[in-house]
Design a protein around this ligand. Sequence first.
Ligand code: XBP
Ligand code: MG
Length: 217
Amino acid sequence: MDAVIFDVDGTLADTERDGHRAAFNAAFEAHGLDLRWDVVEYGRLLTVTGGRRRLVAAGLDAARAAAVHRTKTEIFRDWVTSGALVAREGLSEVVAGLVAGGVRIAVATTGTRAWVDPLLVRVLGSGVAEVVVTGDDVTRLKPDPEVYERALGLLGVSATRALAVEDSAVGLRAALAAGLATVVVTTPYTAGQDFAGAATVRSSYRGLDLRAIHDRR
Ligand code: XBP
Ligand code: MG
């Protein structure tokens, strides 16, 4: 196995319920909108990837969705840099083992680069992710495989020599469509989704040996 490609939201850190959702609600307030997403409503909206598309799916017109999303992105970036953000338990040990074994680390997310870059410094450390592909770098978002295909292209690695790590069914579909064996580490938002095709489905990184899972394929 030459490389592992990690999803971000839900996979590297549990960012959606208290991070993105709170940032969206703060942006609604800043824009004078009488709109708030509670935990259950936001969980339903998560099936639409990309924050701006999620706003349109919730009924905002394209121009207002773009303006609200810009505000939300600034608010979420502040949340990331405020120190509130913590990596998922066990992630650091898994990543350290991969790096020590010479496995290259990449990231493929639907999220916006303005917050992805500072988030990666906090949860992975500077320079650990050699390749980072975000929603800003592709024209089609997950479940389309484009973000994973671009990561593989930038790595110069074939899909059979890599493994993807995801938290959601929509992300799993994108990684499988790119030909990647995929490990799913669920969150409370995604547990119970359809993970057919996953190499393995766990609720934590505890005892996860990604190389063994890849080599068993
Ligand atoms: C999850 C997403 C993102 C975030 C919100 O991305 O779909 O849209 O929910 O971030 P991942 P933005 O592929 O990392 O699971 O508002 O920047 O889109
Ligand atoms: Mg995710």
